[in-house]
Design a protein around this ligand. Sequence first.
Ligand SMILES: Cc1cc2nc3c(=O)[nH]c(=O)nc-3n(C[C@H](O)[C@H](O)[C@H](O)COP(=O)(O)O)c2cc1C
Length: 192
Amino acid sequence: MGGRAVEAAPPQSSGAAGSSVDVGLAFRTAMSHLAAGVVMVTSRIDGRPWGLTISACCSVSLRPPMLLISLGSHTASASSIDTDRVFGVTILGERMLEVAEFGAAPGSPKFVEAFCDVERAGREALRTPLVAGGLAHVECDVVNTVVAGDHTLFIGQVASVVLSGSDAPLLYYSRGYRRISTYSQADLFPLL
Ligand SMILES: Cc1cc2nc3c(=O)[nH]c(=O)nc-3n(C[C@H](O)[C@H](O)[C@H](O)COP(=O)(O)O)c2cc1C
């Protein structure tokens, strides 16, 4: 209850008394408190596997199975997926920090051949690159796109699911990569 509401103000504005907070900055801080799983979105650019690290990925429907990703509209991934109408999502495990960092480097090429399992992708008849060592790979055909501010939402109908690992997931929270930790018995049942 002691929290402070932040009102929308024009960017850069500091308010009449210099007291209002930039809502964009406050929004980023607020979202930094939301822990998220990390995935690599895969597509092809010039026929080569390309992977972008994102956290804005969620399931939207079970019948039929559908999934949503949100990509910066400026990204090469957004352009390639908009053209090809198909994308892959490999869910990253806690041992895949190197992959996550590679796919998140701003402005750098994200060709991910070195991280891909071509043999498995062939066996599963996938059209999208599958990142080796992931917990699962979901391939989707784009059924809808929505431009939202500086991002584009791609809603995909699930075409294939490859289940691979039983590793723990990689998480992102408070501007850093994290691992899962579980509650102890004492945390769960403090009165016992
Ligand atoms: C943990 C994490 C989550 C991210 N989530 C998203 C996301 O949901 N959507 C997005 O477009 N970019 C996301 N990014 C940023 C992209 O990985 C990438 O840095 C950015 O799009 C710039 O790439 P580019 O310069 O190659 O276009 C995330 C980065 C990190 C580290």
